[in-house]
Design a protein around this ligand. Structure first.
Ligand code: SAM
Ligand code: FES
Length: 356
């Protein structure tokens, strides 16, 4: 049975600060009706489809030092790797064979991968697989760089804003990183014509209901096509070692709230959800998520892309991942779909999110 709060969020696709804060607070609450409402909304726009995106983690070198991240520059214990262009193309070939029609190239901010090298890889993917979408997730760049990647054929870009609260941003990132630049990147990407993905970790150190509220308000301003969230998970070789990881229940509630406020967004059931609980991704799907990102990276490097401890899916070959995820998606009551899968177009009056 829908409750009044879920119905209100479903119909209004918005709420005032007080209502959002009450949901974002840690108070115990039965979220059954919220999840049901979120599921009804996702089924309205996307049916039972869950889109698959083949993820290629191509470098774990990074010049940044985000305090939460296991591959931060300052982690001397991280064993570093880079994939060659041929290795990246081999991952894509295997992904194509498995039916994937979106490739997500993700990595740290690795100076070795100059704009020229990234453009070469994007062009090769674009030429080789014209029926596929190329998504980049390589961090903060200049507008000119983003334009060059777009001209080479990239059409989607994932860059979580991480937190929309200045003071919290400073708690999570040392200089010279800044929330201002992060936002500049996201708006540049949108203006260039990318389908943009943003988002944040749930339960990162220093996060409060107020910072989460700022995240929701920022997403309403940015109107990204994709929203990626997942529990913050501790890594022992970071300054946040010893801090508690994010909470599954709160994470699921936030996924449901995102689905109700951003009805046509593409929302992944992230690996972090699967790491925090064995059925975490299935629960995220039932709370409104509609994307999964199976790993296409070579097995020998999987464990090295260690953003946090106990990351799942580091031992399986791509084909095994595909089978495992398809079974999980079906068991949760949905259907794995390999189509390119853009965000659903919603008449502007009906929805705050529109496709690029
Ligand atoms: N360098 C790119 C960027 O900055 O967007 C992509 C790589 S970065 C590792 C991808 C995402 O991993 C980040 O946006 C962050 O939210 C997430 N992440 C990093 N460390 C994490 C942790 N300890 N727990 C959960 N998620 C984490
Ligand atoms: Fe750069 Fe994490 S600090 S990817």
């Amino acid at each position: 049975m829908p409750d009044s709060v879920s119905e209100f969020l479903r119909l209004r696709q918005d709420a005032d600060d007080a209502l959002l804060l009450s949901l974002l607070a840690d108070e115990p609450r039965d979220d059954t009706a919220l999840f049901a409402a979120a599921d009804a909304v996702r089924r309205h726009w996307y049916g039972d489809a869950v889109y698959l995106r083949g993820l290629i983690e191509f470098t774990n070198y990074c010049k940044n030092d985000c305090y939460y991240c296991g591959i931060r520059h300052g982690n001397r214990n991280a064993q570093r790797y880079r994939l060659t262009t041929d290795e990246i193309l081999a991952c894509a070939a295997e992904g194509y064979r498995l039916g994937y029609r979106t490739f997500v190239l993700q990595g740290g901010e690795d100076p070795y991968f100059t704009d020229e090298r990234i453009c070469e890889i994007v062009s090769a993917l674009h030429r080789g697989y014209p029926d596929c979408a190329v998504t980049l997730s390589v961090g903060e760049k200049t507008r000119e760089s983003y334009q060059a990647f777009f001209d080479a054929g990239a059409r989607r870009y994932l860059l979580r804003h991480e937190t929309a609260d200045e003071a919290h941003y400073r708690q999570l990132h040392p200089d010279p990183m800044s929330l201002e630049n992060r936002k500049r990147c996201l708006f540049d990407l949108r203006e260039i014509g990318y389908q943009v993905g943003s988002g944040f970790m749930i339960g990162s150190p220093g996060q409060t209901p107020e910072t989460l509220l700022a995240d929701f308000r920022f997403l309403q301003e940015l109107r990204p096509q994709m929203i990626g969230v997942g529990p913050y998970l501790t890594h022992p070789d970071t300054p946040f070692a010893g801090q508690p990881s994010g909470d599954l229940k709160r994470g699921l509630r936030i996924v449901a709230m995102l689905r109700l406020l951003f009805p046509n967004a593409l929302i992944p059931a992230t690996t972090a959800f699967g790491t925090v609980a064995p059925n975490g991704r299935e629960l995220a799907l039932r709370a409104g998520a509609n994307v999964v990102m199976p790993n296409l990276s070579p097995v020998r490097v999987r464990k090295l892309y260690s953003l946090y401890e106990n990351k799942i899916c580091t031992g399986e070959e791509a084909a095994e991942c595909r089978g495992c995820l398809e079974r999980r998606i079906e068991a949760a009551g949905y259907r794995a779909v390999t189509a390119v899968g853009d965000a659903a177009a919603v008449p502007a009056a009906e929805c705050p999110v529109t496709t690029a």
